[in-house]
Design a protein around this ligand. Structure first.
Ligand code: ADP
Length: 425
């Protein structure tokens, strides 16, 4: 096995797996740390955790368990995957998890240093002089400043990461990256000399990702968004380490109903929900009604079941920043998140119990809650819907087509577009 990956949320893990498949790597995504060796022969495995917003010690413990399992599978390189918007708080978890993984890998030469590169140019995430942009906007001026759980108010990733780790953080700038792998390696050597253990790396294009991956092929640990995965896959292919013909990712036709569950409050998801509601049915889960003890999951299920035969339905908690803030003011940030996640997860369980076989889930945390409730253990990665989001097929029971969409991803008509690929009305 070439690459063992640890993803800090479910949609992000799927995004990385999608990149690796596009790069020609046979890839399986597991939900949590498996308790047995992998059955399939693959080039990469992504262990999907739900550790992005846990207390740091929990995230560290989960990540170390994933690493131990990946080492048992014989992986030669390890990859810690986080969000392309570097979702984290001063308490972590990107810094603490990276540190713990470096400590655990210290028996491997080169594990004293790693990179941090959330860039995903195809989706508009670029890094320039250490500052992360989403499209033309600085991260701190984007919708991410209002994220319910991990508001990002500083776009300077060196500063953001330094606040989360005791190790020294440095920068590998775009003009070094433009010099290719030799220039990047020379910069890494210089940074090591200055006592730097982690370096944020600028990246403006896919070509930069390939240069970065080439330079980092010898690092036991890489930390990044999904973008560097594309570069690494290309590096492995160029190095002759991959089977010549990568099998195309295909989805089997599945019978059954279709539904969309949305718990993301990102700008992109708000637009996608509004677009869906223009022509199709939806049920809104209002967290403030949950406080008064209303059984909204039950209401949503009663609303949805009779409609399934007529076509896909949407159940959503997606709201704009102002509504999220007022819910959080009453419930607290974490409690609001948990309440909504568990409500949506219960709805998903009931829908699958009543014959839904094609399910789109919007939101990283939301996807984690849904997939855990459905007891899905692993996913085979299928064709891409939009950059960063593939269809996946669950392995084992329940047999489902699942699309797990990270909040910020997807075109405005994402839900209908995704379902059109797998669902015949
Ligand atoms: P994204 O991928 O956009 O980050 P997530 O699902 O990871 O989406 O995070 C969104 C969080 O916001 C979840 O914990 C979800 O339960 C919570 N949430 C969803 N709707 C609301 C709402 N109306 N009020 C408060 N919190 C909400």
């Amino acid at each position: 096995m070439l690459l063992g990956c640890i993803g800090d949320d479910f949609t992000g893990s799927t995004d990385l797996a999608n990149m690796l498949v596009r790069g020609g790597m046979r890839t399986v995504q597991t939900i949590g740390v498996p308790d047995a060796p992998l059955a399939d022969e693959v080039d990469a495995v992504v262990v999907a955790l739900k550790s992005r917003t846990n207390p740091a010690p929990e995230a560290v413990a989960q990540s170390l368990a994933a690493l131990a399992w990946l080492r048992q599978q014989g992986c030669r390189q390890f990859y810690f995957k986080y969000c392309s918007t570097f979702d984290s708080t001063p308490a972590g978890n990107i810094g603490p998890v990276t540190e713990a993984l470096m400590d655990a890998l210290r028996d491997l030469p080169g594990a004293d240093f790693t990179i941090a590169c959330p860039a995903f140019p195809e989706n508009g995430r670029t890094i320039f002089r250490g500052y992360l942009f989403t499209g033309d906007t600085l991260l701190s001026e984007s919708g991410m400043r209002d994220h319910p759980l991990t508001p990002m108010t500083d776009a300077n990733l060196v500063r953001v990461l330094q606040a989360q780790t005791r190790r020294k953080v440095g920068l590998i700038r775009y003009d070094t990256v433009a010099g290719g792998a030799p220039a990047i390696r020379a910069r890494i050597a210089a940074l090591r000399g200055e006592g730097v253990a982690m370096a944020v790396v600028d990246a403006l294009s896919d070509a930069d990702l390939v240069r970065i991956a080439d330079a980092c092929a010898d690092l036991p640990l890489v930390t990044a968004g999904s973008g560097v995965g594309l570069g690494l896959a290309q590096h492995y292919r160029d190095a002759g380490l991959l089977p010549a013909a990568a099998s195309a990712a295909v989805m089997p036709a599945l019978d059954g109903h279709a539904a969309v569950i949305s718990g993301s409050c990102s700008v992109a998801t708000n637009a996608q929900v509004a677009e869906w509601l223009r022509t199709r049915p939806g049920f809104r889960v209002d967290p403030l009604r949950l406080v008064s003890g209303a059984d909204i999951a039950e209401e949503a299920i009663e609303w949805a079941l009779p409609r399934l035969a007529d076509g896909p339905v949407l159940i959503y908690a997606t709201s704009d920043a102002a509504s999220v803030k007022s819910a959080q003011a009453v419930l607290g940030v974490e409690h609001a998140g948990h309440l909504v996640e568990s409500t949506l997860a219960r709805v998903a369980q009931a829908l699958v119990g009543h014959g839904v076989r094609k399910l789109v889930v919007a939101g990283g945390e939301t996807s984690g809650a849904v997939v855990q409730a459905l007891k899905v253990s692993s996913l085979r990665i299928g064709p891409q819907i939009d950059p960063g989001v593939p269809w996946t097929e669950t392995q084992g029971k329940p047999h489902l087509a699942l699309a797990l969409k990270s909040g910020n991803f997807g075109a405005v008509d994402f839900f209908a577009k995704a379902l059109a690929m797998v669902h015949r009305p």
